[in-house]
Design a protein around this ligand. Sequence first.
Ligand SMILES: Cc1cc2nc3c(=O)[nH]c(=O)nc-3n(C[C@H](O)[C@H](O)[C@H](O)COP(=O)(O)OP(=O)(O)OC[C@H]3O[C@@H](n4cnc5c(N)ncnc54)[C@H](O)[C@@H]3O)c2cc1C
Length: 440
Amino acid sequence: MKITANPAAISHPDTGAYDLAVIGTGMAGMAASLIAADRGLSVAQAGLTGEILFSSGFFDFLAIHPVREKRYWTNPWDAVHSLVQDHPDHPYTRISGQTMRHAWDVMLSFLEREGLPYYRESEENIRMITSQGTIKSTYCLPQTMQPGANGLKQNLPCLIADFPGMREFSAVQIAESLRSQWKDIRTLRIQFPGTDGLTELYPELMARALELPLNREKLAMLIKPHIKEVKIIGLPAVLGIDKSLQATNDLSERLGLPVFEIPTIPPSVPGIRLKETFERALPQIGVRQFLQKRVLRVNTEPDGLFRLDIGSVSPEHTIKARAVILATGRFFGGGLYAERDGIRETVMGLKVVQPATRSEWHRDDFFDPAGHPIHHAGLETDNLFRPLDASGHPAYPNLFAAGSILAHQDWIRSKSGVGIAVCSAAAAVESCIYLKEGKR
Ligand SMILES: Cc1cc2nc3c(=O)[nH]c(=O)nc-3n(C[C@H](O)[C@H](O)[C@H](O)COP(=O)(O)OP(=O)(O)OC[C@H]3O[C@@H](n4cnc5c(N)ncnc54)[C@H](O)[C@@H]3O)c2cc1C
């Protein structure tokens, strides 16, 4: 699918009204802006860096259900089917399979077009190793990691290399943790090119260094003497920023073996790649972005338009919009705030579904496999993803919510973070268009 610039948005003056204002620049906000611009809406978006920077790069859809039983699913679509039977309140129950497929297709074809291709197996979760040497099931992963998933599946003899000074990544730890599942892993520690005398390495700087072919050649020369009897080579995810797949393929060619990236702990290079891709490419398709700014206030005008004051501390821009998608995340993103007497929604003071008292936020056993009630707190919506007020009606006719701010889901335990973000964003955009076309 080809996404072209949206002339309605590009020519849009700040003095008129946008079709849609998106609050938040996490995965949900980025997906909402992308899908809305793709559908021809004029879009403005504001936010600070979201959890994207902390992402491993994996896009989870749904891997575990029920969380209490920690039941793993090979097929995420079957998992969704089971989940919606068991939890009629879950956001996935309000999203059709068609909308979910469309959401993934738009997101993945956008990333591919922008030089950050992702890999998925049509109906199956992919098993891949993490920075801790555990195995995680996810729906899509950066193409640069795919040979690793393949190597794990086929138990190929593998060499994992790390670098002194890169504290967050230990090849030995990964190999030890994986021993029972991936038997033939050897490890190697080599000096990262050009870092003699440095005691601490920073993944982003390493990745930028490896954008240069000369540094990749130096790295290849250091690894080459150690690749006897292995069929695949794993490295921390530092193989370039802008052209990571080209950098990975180039290193593979120089070494004569498939090379793959392993996620590192956050903040991660795969997260930086996603952030930079969205920030570079969304304006090109017409999204007006106000980055590193927050929406300080949202008011409604007598004509029904929303007026948003945007700035760092005091208003620097004011825009108007016919509809708003609130994608401000949970506690980490800043969309929810926990106070002694309860959890509140930070931008519009919306009603937050939450345990009746603070003492019920957590279960007695911190490691209770069922998780904690506080992780299900958030905004309750109608089927069009409009947040509900205390009387159970939409708080505003044209206000929608998407992403982790939604109630009745525990994305951490169910491994569904990006899935909920992207699919609910698509559903919210569809609702916005549905209402815009007057089908109330
Ligand atoms: C460490 C970590 C690792 C993760 N790893 C994975 C993974 O491997 N796979 C996976 O699928 N998911 C993962 N996730 C989860 C995933 O990143 C999130 O669940 C998902 O992206 C939710 O996105 P969101 O957009 O709803 O919220 P967030 O990413 O929290 O974004 C919220 C946005 O709202 C903005 N905002 C808040 N208030 C305002 C305001 N007043 N004005 C303007 N903007 C505002 C914030 O600045 C931010 O941009 C991980 C999360 C974390 C924290």
